[in-house]
Design a binder for this molecule. Sequence first.
Ligand code: ADP
Ligand code: MG
Length: 238
Amino acid sequence: MTALTLENVSKSFGKVEVLKDIDLTVEDGEFIVFVGPSGCGKSTLLRVIAGLEEATSGEVSIDGEKVNGIPPARRGIAMVFQSYALYPHLTVQDNMALGLKQDGAPKARVAEQVAKAARMLDLEPYLKRRPAELSGGQRQRVAIGRAIVRDPKLFLFDEPLSNLDAALRMNTRVEIAALHRTLKASMIYVTHDQIEAMTLADRIVVLRDGRIEQVGAPMDLYNDPANRFVAGFLGAPS
Ligand code: ADP
Ligand code: MG
């Protein structure tokens, strides 16, 4: 099955075309990384997939179903941002439970899913704490936990580690890789970090000025970049 299909997706803000004719297919369970310079449209593309922005033209399909016009909550996706956007007045447990509660899930299911996510992310000791009582890494894990509880088919990560220090970034990267293996969900992950891209991705999508410049397995792009731009991004010797 195909987790995501983008066909001729374009997005304009006023007269400015930010995404231009994007075609991409993501298979079930695939880990896709988007790289590209600041302002090239990575976040906008994630937001179009999530339904936080509507494509100006083109088709977005998730799990074989066209989702243009369908609101984010009904797309079966979860999005994790660099700013954790946790509710400060809610405990870790309640932050993670919120989305499911809003979906109208029965209490037993909410409790079970939160417990499962807490176990997976080593958050069991912190369930009663509030975000202010957690470290940056723990907060980021709560944000990931909040995404996991709804069993999404597709995870979207927008530079989730960019606010963390180097050591924590590495730990969290390893955790995300483990999570991907455990959940077997499809993931799309935006990063500036070459090491994150090379180690996490099944395929890397290089974006430039709203277009896809090249798509391929990390080592293929590294060894055989289409041009100097791609080589520059993936650190291959030129
Ligand atoms: P990236 O995530 O790759 O840094 P973005 O997707 O955030 O890039 O932005 C791509 C371009 O779209 C930028 O030029 C940005 O200014 C513009 N843009 C993004 N969101 C909006 C918006 N809501 N209104 C107008 N322009 C926007
Ligand atoms: Mg961005």
